[in-house]
Design a protein around this ligand. Structure first.
Ligand SMILES: CC1=C(CCC(=O)O)c2cc3nc(cc4[nH]c(cc5[nH]c(cc1n2)c(C)c5CCC(=O)O)c(CCC(=O)O)c4C)C(CCC(=O)O)=C3C
Ligand SMILES: [Fe+2]
Length: 391
């Protein structure tokens, strides 16, 4: 491919990427949005009505408004400041601004090649592949008169220093909030969104990537905490926000159950670390700060909740660095675990959704329609000679 030299003044900004698209989950912004939002999230999924009513009630406790969209507005603003000259767009899977509308707006504005930053750090169908499918669907929905931009999904960032270092600071700060006598021996209880076991097993190119990545990063963060405090805190991994019918197994233990168990086993305190989320949205504000906190209070276990990265300057700079990786394939790709740096392009069979029709799996194996969508979105447009891999 042709490599355009960086123009002075836009130094460090990928000159052959002409937009950044912030891609996220979306959340309701008022009471009337709650049910339509939940219907969007669970369309075609095995989530019982009773579960939806429980979740709707949680959103109503917060005035029907999730903090998530405002957090993404703040992140988009921070990215505009970090990447002057690069238009920053924002689109969601489940609520306005919908990806379909944003991608149409980008095409109408003449965007040719956009880097897509998805606010999910880890490998899973819900957090990675489904977003690639959403992007492909947004392209497929473009009016024929509009030229489709190339959409390049940035690599997963779960072990990037720009994510890990702010999390170390947040753990250290949370430890200091615990009663003094609980600080030295406190557990670090890392948490992430639970997944159906079938989805967890199918995550990543070799399976089981989601829990393994979480555990690996948790260890790196704990080591970072030790460098600051001089204490190696015990590391635990637990899950929140289980959904689906009770008969379907999901990743365990639940964070609330684990806090109760830890108290029973004589733990003096715990820091709950929302490792699986990059901002304090509902899964944090309700599932951790209300539900899990109640469980700990019932057994008298002191807990503090670590913050999320939000718009930490190091996290914002990380996005810039990931964009630069697209522009300059020879740049060092920073990563702190043996799982990274995650490839720019996910393998065709990476994070396959559970319960796919045999036809769709065959398609993926042959490099058919589904695989094309995945590869288009995850590809490294600056590298060549890799196409044969999927033949
Ligand atoms: C891996 C993962 C992430 C992390 C990656 C990422 O960040 O994308 C994530 C994020 C989020 N999940 C969120 C909300 C919900 N997730 C649900 C349901 C589900 N999530 C799942 C997985 C994930 N979810 C799964 C396997 C289901 C079962 C149904 C299905 O297979 O799709 C439901 C339905 C009701 C219920 O809870 O059962 C809701 C309301 C919000 C918004 C919070 C806010 O509004 O502030 C966010 C950021
Ligand atoms: Fe979710």
């Amino acid at each position: 491919m042709t490599v355009t030299p960086a123009t002075p003044g836009t130094l460090g900004v990928a000159s052959d990427v002409d937009a950044l698209l912030l891609v996220s989950f979306g959340g309701p912004e008022g009471p009337d949005d709650v049910l339509p939002f939940l219907r969007n999230v669970t369309a075609g999924r095995d989530v019982p009505q009773s579960r939806l009513e429980v979740v709707a009630e949680q959103y109503r406790m917060f005035g029907g408004r999730s903090p998530l969209n405002d957090q993404n507005r703040a992140l988009a603003e921070a990215l505009r400041a970090e990447l002057p000259g690069l238009p920053v767009y924002w689109g969601n899977r489940n609520w306005a601004p919908y990806l379909t509308d944003t991608v149409a707006e980008m095409a109408a504005a003449g965007v040719r090649r956009a880097a897509c930053f998805v606010t999910s750090a880890f490998s899973s169908y819900s957090g990675c592949r489904q977003y690639r499918e959403n992007l492909a669907a947004a392209l497929a929905a473009l009016p024929p008169a509009l030229a489709a931009p190339e959409l390049i999904k940035l690599r997963l960032f779960f072990d990037h220093p720009g994510f890990v270092e702010p999390m170390v600071d947040r753990c250290v700060a949370a430890l200091a909030e615990l009663p003094e006598k609980a600080q030295a021996d406190a557990h670090l209880l890392f948490t992430a969104h639970s997944l159906p076991l079938s989805q967890a097993w199918a995550s990543g190119p070799h399976g089981d990537a989601y829990p393994r990545q979480l555990r690996a990063v948790a260890g790196v963060i704990a080591a970072g905490v030790e460098r600051v405090t001089g204490v190696r805190h015990p590391v635990e991994l637990a899950y929140c926000s289980r959904s689906g019918p009770p008969a379907v197994p999901w990743l365990e233990p639940d964070v609330g159950d684990r806090l109760v168990e830890l108290a029973g086993a004589g733990a003096v305190g715990a820091v709950v670390v929302p490792l699986g989320f990059v901002s304090d949205h509902m899964e944090v504000a309700y599932d951790l700060d209300v539900l899990a906190a109640q469980r700990a209070a019932q057994v008298g276990l002191p807990v503090a909740r670590a913050g999320t990265v939000g718009t930490d300057p190091r996290f914002v700079a990380m996005v810039r660095e990931l964009v630069e990786e697209i522009r300059h394939p020879d740049l060092p790709r920073r990563a702190l675990t043996e799982f990274g740096p995650w490839p720019q392009r996910c393998a065709a069979h990476c994070c396959l959704p559970p319960r796919r029709s045999p036809g769709a799996i065959q398609d993926a194996a042959k490099g058919g329609r589904h695989a094309d969508a995945a590869i288009l979105m995850g590809n490294d447009a600056t590298s060549t000679g890799r196409r044969g891999e999927r033949r």
